[in-house]
Design a protein around this ligand. Structure first.
Ligand code: APR
Length: 186
């Protein structure tokens, strides 16, 4: 008998403190800028860990508009792929930022499905240099991801890598408010 209940999404979402470059699943999402030519923050960490071939491949992509995503190989990273997405710069929240941030998660997950990715790691997109308030960004990230997972059983695991105690508690709070139990790995 087919199970008409939407696929359990929250059970496939995990919060993990630490450095996303250590993720050993299929794909790591990078919080890039529209040039895709590297930067600081998580972008810098991913390029440092992946090595120079990552930048070489990024040069061939011709950049990426805000809210969209492009995929490359992972090179020296343990992950097979890097999905580069460009978050919105926060300007008060009335210039389409929520929709653009939602689109980053949706486009990254869609690219993951198209490439047979079963496990994927996200950083807190736009919550650093781009200044997005993490409380609101966490709800968008988790809500968009959970909604996508109810429609896509192919993705088995989504891990949110959170840099620092504050990020961990903000995401845990958002997760329990939205209905999932914080699945934090020790
Ligand atoms: N692992 C996981 N998360 C990290 C790591 C890491 N190694 N390094 C930083 N972070 C966290 C930050 O603490 C923040 O919460 O990632 C989140 C996103 O911050 P940024 O990396 O500054 O990304 P963003 O706010 O989206 O700004 C993008 O910054 O690095 C440049 O080229 C990038 O221009 C682009 C802009």
């Amino acid at each position: 008998m087919s199970n008409s209940k939407p696929l359990d999404a929250w059970g496939r979402i995990e919060l993990r403190p630490g450095d996303i470059t250590e993720f050993d699943g299929d794909a790591i999402v990078n919080a890039a800028n529209s040039s895709l030519l590297g930067g600081g923050g998580v972008d810098g960490a991913i390029h440092r860990a992946a090595g120079p071939e990552l930048l070489a491949e990024c040069r061939t992509l011709g950049g990426c508009p805000t809210g969209q995503a492009k995929i490359t190989r992972g090179y020296r990273l343990r992950a097979k792929f890097v999905i580069h997405t460009v978050g919105p710069v926060y300007g008060g929240g009335r210039h389409g930022e929520p929709e653009l941030l939602r689109s980053c998660y949706e486009c990254s997950l869609r690219l993951a499905v198209e490439n047979g990715v079963k496990s994927i790691a996200f950083p807190a997109i736009s919550c650093g240099v781009y200044g997005y308030p993490m409380e609101e960004a966490a709800r968008i990230a988790l809500g968009t991801t959970a909604e996508f997972l109810t429609r896509h059983g192919e993705i088995e695991r989504v891990v949110f890598y959170l840099f620092g105690e504050q990020a961990m508690s903000v995401y845990s709070e958002a997760l329990s408010e939205l209905g999932g139990m914080p699945g934090q790995r020790a």
